[in-house]
Design a protein around this ligand. Structure first.
Ligand code: DOR
Ligand code: ZN
Length: 346
């Protein structure tokens, strides 16, 4: 499934990679000063992104959505960047869904209390059925943080039967398993036609060992937690193929350093500044650079039937050192040398 849109120029010693409309299908931009800090870092390298609604209070009314849309648009200017907004799942009536359907790409469901700012999530999925039926009818995709409240390594696996049930009960509903971390979730993609998935950069790179096998690495702590080598291998295999139902979704989730290097470490990996450079390095290492385009854009555009305005993002094979901090946030690969750089924005 090599894609011809990813143009690889080989020029003597120099190498460039052009990506057509790269997209991040799962991104946390926050609000206020944090939004101002992180939005330009994503907007500089992406044609668009799916913006998560787990703010305080959550994005769960048309008025709150309108306010957040304006804030994100202002923070991402002057880049040609399309934010695809989401609502935080709760019971919605048809009038509300009709009012917002053109302004959102989907609705994000969090089980109650499974992760950052999910206290208002769903306690009983049976009570969600009416809204899910409306979403199916109106063609609004469902994005899911699929974790149970069980043992931390088993939470995703324990949630898989819920995906099976939802996908079977609502066959017309597009369901996206967000940030999958297990080989079992990859396998489920081939079982249910209306089930899709995002995978993060960091889950393609790390296992639980990188987080907790030596000195604890708080900046690699996230939900769902990184799993076993076999899981990472399955995720990587699916991304490099790339599996036609799999999309890049970074789950870049910035927290201030005080909240990460703390006795109670907040969950989230801040990968936004290094997203495309590290992906290029990873795909190159596996001789799969020609497949990056499909993974970072083509599949998402097909699955969600979106058509962002033209934008070509250039990467150049030129080493750079990742800063230790962006403001008060520590990025993935802080201080490390990367082989691919973003070409200056033109
Ligand atoms: O690690 C995570 N951080 N996982 C999530 O699901 C939420 C996110 C955040 O908002 O910080
Ligand atoms: Zn997330």
């Amino acid at each position: 499934m090599a894609n011809s849109n990813a143009v690889l120029h080989l020029k003597a010693m120099m190498m460039e990679l052009a990506l057509d409309r790269p997209l991040d299908m799962h991104l946390h931009l926050r609000e206020g000063a944090m939004l101002e800090l992180v939005a330009p870092l994503s907007a500089a390298q992406l044609a668009g992104a799916v913006i998560m609604p787990n703010l305080v209070p959550p994005i769960d009314t048309p008025a709150r959505l309108a306010q957040y849309r304006a804030a994100v648009a202002a923070a991402a200017a002057p880049y040609a960047f399309t934010p695809y907004h989401t609502l935080f799942f709760r019971a919605y009536d048809e009038a509300t869904l009709n009012a917002v359907r053109d302004q959102i790409i989907g609705i994000k469901l969090y089980p109650e209390g499974v992760t950052t700012n999910s206290a208002g999530g769903v306690r009983n999925l049976d009570e969600a059925e009416q809204t899910l039926a409306l979403m199916e009818q109106l063609g609004i995709p469902l994005l899911v943080h699929g974790e149970s409240h069980g043992f931390v390594l088993d939470r995703e696996a324990e949630f898989l039967p819920v995906y099976r049930r939802l996908a079977t009960r609502f066959p017309g509903l597009t369901i996206v398993m967000e940030h999958i971390t297990t080989a079992a979730a990859v396998a489920l993609l081939d079982e249910l036609p209306n089930l899709f998935a995002t995978v993060t950069l960091h889950h393609l790179l790390i296992t639980l060992d990188d987080l907790a096998g030596g000195l604890l690495q708080p900046h690699l702590f996230c939900k769902p937690i990184a799993k076993r080598p076999g899981d990472r291998q399955a995720l990587l295999g699916a991304a490099l193929r790339p599996h036609p139902k799999l999309m890049l979704g970074s789950d870049s989730a910035p927290h201030p350093i005080d909240a990460k290097e703390a006795a109670g470490c907040a969950a989230g990996v801040f990968s936004a500044p290094v997203l495309l450079p590290m992906l290029a390095e990873l795909f190159e290492r596996h001789d799969a650079l020609d497949r990056l385009q499909a993974f970072v854009s083509d599949h998402a555009r097909r699955i969600y039937a979106i058509d962002p305005p033209p934008r070509r993002v250039m990467l150049i094979r030129e080493a750079w050192r990742v800063p230790d901090r962006y403001g008060d946030v520590v990025p993935l690969a802080a201080g490390q040398q990367l082989m691919w750089s973003l070409a200056p924005f033109v």
